[in-house]
Design a protein around this ligand. Structure first.
Ligand SMILES: [Zn+2]
Ligand SMILES: [Zn+2]
Ligand SMILES: [Zn+2]
Length: 373
């Protein structure tokens, strides 16, 4: 899933109002707005090059090891979208935390053994997602989630930032590098967040469905009455041996009613159709250290070493992630092929052929019947 750097840079610059003329992966030309030109310290019209050998006087070298690359982060820093902070930790004795391990970790089809523990530098991302759900009504909100970059455990962040602010120290963006941040982490947080939002919108959806049903019933009954009336008239005219032309006219009218009923109902369905938009609005990268418990998970003859963490920010064990939905429900299981940790929902039973399969291994189709569960 890693995109080439020139693509990413082109995206970031376009996002900040630049015109990008990109033909090639080794260089491209940009016209940037004056404020961006100042922040990046490049001319408003510039050629960016990504291969070190080909730098000329006019071209700006823009690869990972360039000054330009360092300055591109300032675009975000200035807008307050991405911040790095250090979190000063203290935690209970390891023995005390170890005891929590057995209370928190269990698999429906596998065993595990604690291999070793250690204290390690670790990064959590606190991501504020904004969601907007629109149908005939609108429902929006912010959902902050905390993701552990080491094992991708995600939890809604229920504390207030003020609860932890005292121990947070902002790291100068131009000095510090965001550690351990990858697309995979952002994707996992996003996946988890969409699941949590679905749960949050349960009542909203219920009331939406209720209104839709009510309106459909109303429209359906209205047109059914028209249809019955129209049919009665046609039958009456038929028994009265009315002219064929008149009867055809009435039949066409009935057809029109049937068609109108269909599209009025279709109309209602699209009026109440729900679209949900989710986007990150701010990311706080929290660098800290935490106790790591390496457990050896055993499933049949295979085993996998996995880091379970005590979360110093929320002061409890991080729950295990579900490596498919990242928002686990219904217990934990281990998949046979890759020893993924998946939740009860994501160790799915195919509704067509009843095969149980891991949704982290098979994201779309059932591996046996190749049908969509
Ligand atoms: Zn799951
Ligand atoms: Zn799997
Ligand atoms: Zn199947």
């Amino acid at each position: 899933m890693n995109r080439p750097l020139p693509d990413v840079i082109a995206d970031i610059l376009s996002y900040h109002g630049a015109i990008v003329d990109k033909e090639d992966n080794s260089y491209f030309d940009v016209i940037v707005p004056p404020d961006v030109s100042d922040i990046l310290n490049i001319p408003e019209y510039a050629r960016l090059t990504f291969s070190n050998g080909e730098t000329s006087d006019e071209a700006v070298y823009a690869s990972y090891d360039s000054e330009f690359f360092v300055s591109i982060r300032n675009l975000f820093a200035n807008r307050g979208k991405f911040t790095i902070a250090h979190y000063e930790t203290y935690f209970p004795y390891m023995e005390k935390i170890s005891r929590l391990l057995s209370e928190n970790i269990a698999f429906g089809n596998a065993t595990y053994r604690l291999e070793k523990n250690e204290i390690k530098d670790i990064t959590y991302l606190l991501i504020y997602f904004k969601y907007t759900a629109v149908s005939d009504e609108k429902n929006e909100g912010i959902l902050p989630v905390l993701i552990n970059s080491m094992n991708l455990s995600v939890a809604p962040f229920e504390n207030s930032i003020n609860d932890i602010a005292e121990r947070l120290k902002e790291v100068d963006f131009t000095q510090g590098h965001p550690k351990h941040v990858s697309l995979k982490i952002l994707q996992s947080a996003y996946t988890a967040c969409t699941g949590m939002i679905q749960a949050r919108l349960k009542d909203f959806k219920k009331s939406l469905e209720k209104r839709l049903k009510r309106d459909i019933k109303r429209v359906y009954e209205y047109y059914e009455t028209l249809k019955t009336e129209s049919r009665t008239v046609i039958e009456r005219k038929l028994t009265a041996s009315e002219k064929q032309d008149n009867i055809e006219l009435l039949t066409r009218k009935l057809d029109a009613i049937v068609a109108e009923q269909k599209w009025k109902i279709q109309d209602l369905i699209s009026k109440y159709a729900l679209s949900i938009k989710v986007e990150p609005v701010a990311i706080l990268s929290i660098e800290t250290n935490a106790p790591i418990f390496w457990i050896n998970i055993k499933r049949r003859l295979a085993s996998r070493l996995f880091p379970v963490t005590y979360n110093p920010i929320i002061k409890q064990m991080d729950s295990l992630p579900c490596e498919s939905c990242f928002n686990p429900t219904e217990g934990y299981f281990i998949c046979d092929d890759h020893l993924h940790i998946v939740c009860g929902k994501c160790l799915k039973t195919c509704p067509n052929c009843s095969k149980k399969y891991c949704m982290a291994c098979h994201t779309k189709l059932c591996p046996k019947c190749k049908r969509n569960g």
